[in-house]
Design a protein around this ligand. Structure first.
Ligand code: HEC
Length: 134
């Protein structure tokens, strides 16, 4: 079969199209890993979420992602091996002297009882797992 100018033109356009497609593909931004949990909070952690939002999120941020007043708890520093569940109980009951960060001290949080902190810990551990920290 004779390759006419027209065919050549068509093949050229096709190739060009492919190159463009490839170029577009490679410039697609890659999604950064999700730092915070997306999607609904499972029912079993919702009590913890409510208590956390009422007492802790002013400093530790929504979904424990941190603010200008306090560090993120979804952070390697607070993984279960570094800061076990007792560290949360102690923090709430006694407050925390600044030692890891530059935010100042954490006051004790009288409004939460040990049972509330248990719920908060479950919620924060869930957030941590979502972020790949465990
Ligand atoms: C007024 C701000 C503020 C509030 C409210 C607050 N925190 Fe904190 N929290 C801090 C700061 C600041 C630190 C970091 C201290 C450091 O290590 O430098 C901290 C540290 C912690 C730590 C780490 C303790 C350790 O042993 O290092 C835990 C756990 C914690 N907070 C839990 C909570 C929980 C749970 C609540 C809610 C019941 C809460 N925080 C409410 C400011 C706050």
């Amino acid at each position: 079969m004779k390759i006419t100018m027209k065919k050549r033109f068509q093949i050229g356009v096709c190739l060009l199209g492919l190159v463009f497609l490839a170029a577009c593909d490679s410039t697609q931004p890659t999604q950064p890993p999700q730092a915070t949990a997306s999607g609904p909070v499972p029912t079993e952690f919702q009590t913890g979420e409510t208590t956390f939002n009422a007492n802790c999120s002013a400093c530790h941020g929504k979904q424990a992602a941190g603010t200008d007043h306090g560090p993120p708890l979804v952070h390697k520093v607070y993984e279960p091996n570094h800061h076990g569940d007792q560290a949360f109980q102690r923090a709430a009951a006694n407050g925390v002297n600044a030692h890891h960060w530059q935010f100042g001290n954490m006051p004790k949080i009288d409004a939460v009882k040990p049972d509330d902190v248990d719920q908060i810990v479950k919620y924060v551990r869930w957030l941590q797992r979502q972020a790949g920290i465990q």
